[in-house]
Design a protein around this ligand. Structure first.
Ligand code: GMT
Length: 379
């Protein structure tokens, strides 16, 4: 098949999933064209059957807000025609699904066509899409898609609850990991070399937005370190980084917390971590938690949204209420103080991630979904 993929190319789970899906599809012989404003961050320089088409938003003094969605629609239309794409798969509804619908309308004017698939990832449904200035166009664009997927049961239910989308089936296809990449045995002990063999390493990876509650990460760590002197590695950057740094100083743990900033590759660091903290306000899935589990790192976080489908409370980690800093801290201490318990959780985390969320099985689900659009065509 010839497939166009549009996603946000910068850091973030939806861009990571879209890119890794595209790479896996190309591995299986499909031709994949990424259409977005920058090379996706997880896309290596060259891969057979993978192409990148940059969307350039022309500057003009009149445009206080350059119309990216229109430039994207025009580029989608052009790439579909030039390369004979059969489907456009949009990750994150706003504005990608809208641009794809415009591109398809333009194609239909000349007797051409393309199939549209939209994968919903999270705040396109739970926050941004709810804003009155986006709600009608989000609902419209989702409903105009030929196939709709959501990354968790939670997100599917939220989509139906808040947008209706009656009669437009939303299929759940969970996110995935490549077990060859997230492998505890594969990497040298970088963090142990830096922090020594006896200090547990707690880790958090995110884009430091309000929804991630990064100050709670620091507060949990400050409580944990009273019982188990460890270190906290904070990976990522975003609006709440300064607040988290300030919280670390206020709680007197700043010398035990390393803020590493944005890193494109996290698997080697996760392989050296002992516990992953994700105390989010809301999480439609929690790809970073899955990457941790696959690396044998138990997760302590909140029971908000789709995280419950990823972390099995009491087996691969622990889940508490949003803001329950004491609860998450004591769950973390229990795991870190009991090596047998930690080993069981770590082993269970690897097994569960590989069984339920392995790349091959999930990519096959997307491929099968694509094939339903071409009922008469041989596989
Ligand atoms: O929805 C967002 O805010 C952004 C998006 C992203 O690009 O990281 O995150 C969502 O999609 C990820 C990949 O499917 C999920 O793992 C995240 O849980 C989800 N974020 C939220 O629901 C807050």
């Amino acid at each position: 098949m010839k497939i166009g993929i549009t996603c946000y190319p910068t850091y973030g789970g939806s861009g990571a999933v879209a890119t890794e899906l595209g790479i896996a599809l190309a591995d299986r012989g499909h031709e994949v064209h990424f259409i977005t404003y920058r090379q996706p961050f997880r896309l290596p320089a060259f891969l057979p059957r993978v192409f990148f088409h940059e969307v350039d938003v022309g500057r003009y003094p009149l445009f206080e807000y350059p119309p990216y969605d229109l430039a994207l629609a025009v580029r989608m239309h052009e790439v579909v025609r030039t390369h004979g794409l059969e489907l456009l798969h949009c990750h994150y509804a706003i504005p990608h699904a809208t641009s794809a619908w415009i591109a398809r309308e333009m194609l239909r004017e000349t007797g051409e066509d393309v199939h549209l698939i939209t994968t919903l990832h999270g705040t396109d449904i739970t926050i941004v899409g709810q804003d009155p200035s986006f709600f009608p166009i989000t609902k419209f664009s989702i409903e105009k898609s030929d196939r709709i997927t959501a990354v968790s049961n939670y997100l599917r239910d939220e989509t139906v609850r808040s947008f209706g989308c009656a009669g437009h089936g939303v299929e759940v296809i969970h996110n995935f990991i490549d077990p060859a990449v997230y492998d505890r045995e594969k990497y040298p002990p970088l963090l142990r070399d830096q922090f020594g063999p006896n200090r547990p390493v707690l880790m958090h990876v995110s884009n430091f937005r309000a929804v991630k509650r990064v100050r709670d990460v620091i507060r949990i760590f400050a409580l944990v370190t009273k019982h188990v002197p460890g270190v906290l590695v904070m990976v990522g950057d975003g609006p709440d980084r300064a607040a988290a740094e300030e919280e670390a100083r206020a709680l007197g743990v700043e010398n035990s917390v390393s803020f590493l900033g944005k890193l494109e590759v996290v698997a080697p660091l996760l392989a050296g971590a002992d516990l992953f903290l994700l105390p989010s306000q809301s999480e439609s899935f929690g790809l970073s938690a899955l990457e941790a589990l696959a690396s044998g790192v138990p997760v302590v976080g909140t029971n908000a949204g789709g995280l419950r489908e990823v972390v099995t409370d009491g087996e691969t980690g622990a889940l508490c209420g949003v803001g329950d800093v004491e609860g998450m801290a004591s769950a973390a201490v229990e795991l870190l103080k009991d090596p047998d318990r930690w080993s069981r959780a770590s082993r269970a985390a690897i097994d569960d991630a590989r069984t339920r969320f392995s790349r091959d099985a999930i990519v096959t689900k997307y491929e099968s979904l694509y094939r339903t659009l071409f009922p008469g065509k041989a596989a």
